[in-house]
Design a binder for this molecule. Sequence first.
Ligand code: SF4
Length: 473
Amino acid sequence: MRFYIHTMGCQMNEYDSVKMAGLLEQAGHEQVATPEDADATIINTCHIREKSEHKVASLVGTFAELKRRRPDYVVGITGCVAQGVGKELLAKSPVLDFAIGSTELAKVPAVVEGLRAHTLAKVLADDVDRDPQTGKRNREALHYPFIAPDILPQRSTVSAFITVIKGCDKMCTFCVVPYTRGMEVSRATDEILAEGRAHIAHGARELVLLGQNVNGFRASKTEKPDFAGLLYKVGALEGLKRLRYTTSHPRHFDEPLARAFAEIPALCPYLHLPVQSGSDAVLDAMNRSYTAGDYKTKIDLARRFAPNLAVSTDLIVGFPGETDADFAATMRLVEEVGFESAFVFKYSPRPGTPAALLESQVPEGVKAERMTALLKLCDDLQWTTVRRYEGQSVEVLVEGPARDHASRWFGRTPDNRPVIFEGAANGGAGTGATPDTVDLTGMLVDVTIVKATPHALTGAVVAGGAPVLARAA
Ligand code: SF4
């Protein structure tokens, strides 16, 4: 059976898709690049944006013609939308064959096989372990197992994701994650290290540790969060050149984590720490459990240990009750911290979340104005920061040939900036080496930046420079 996976949403979903592909491949099936070439399509959905279920429903609808021509074709959804409204979508859509929530991805191969063999009809897999009296889901049921560390993508990548914690206990009033992904559950340290070693053996040089609240990681249920302890262990893996993590909650960002930037050579000087708002009143209404002052203190602490730290963040404008003064506080905080980049979102109510019930919703026009002003400020800050790269030499981990530039390479700086550059292994700038002649994939090279924009840096290998790391076999 050939399968195609369409992934929506965040890096956690990308990771889950890789794991699902691994499970299906282990069961003898083949991943293909287009739905037309497949016998089954799985849409791994995300619930974080507005109208996500409508988007999923209309995407599923586009398979009607394919299913008409090939009645055995299987179409299914997994992930957060499947978890939240899978039952309703299954009832409404004649095209959809299954909906499997985020907690039960391990069931995908058996379900797809059963549907193909007509031993199963429409399948909804989100209802394990419900209390027979109340019909409510047993919270423990959300403590689903992580898929085994030996399932890796068949193609090795220079940079690999590893999920170390799933779910979220923080109950921010605007967010659906605690309802769709369940409560926080950390993965066993041994499993994480085993998966890290396996990725490195497959050619990875960078590991990115993932979690909705990655720094809430605990070595065991009874211990306090100790994500720094995990970083030291992963950072010591042989062959690892770079280590990153995302996404962190300010509540768990502490001195050991700040110190780790100075003490773990592989740990990149990059921190994504969502602040969401600069107003204490809004932060309180969001149930974020810190003030703007607390946040700035944590950034100062991080910069004490890593003076060149790049900090990025998430911001929401127009949260219910946000006044002009609250918004001005956000603008102030953004300037004071000097974020390298920011993801700005306009608040939109998510059904079932406490903030959606608040009466003080901000009018759309006001939200749009605030969004424009904040985006402009973030843009101006980004331009100021990136310009300093021009003329500088930066270390780049090469991920492969640049996609749209046949004679150039693509990689990232330690602070996660994409770089497109020309280069040769032993020559230097302008020697005409191409991806066909010298393979730099997986190597660390020094690149002189010629042009810097917020989207990418462009440059050439430092004249006379040589890669500092041989690629793994
Ligand atoms: S910390 Fe808040 S915003 Fe982040 S996943 Fe948890 S509930 Fe959602």
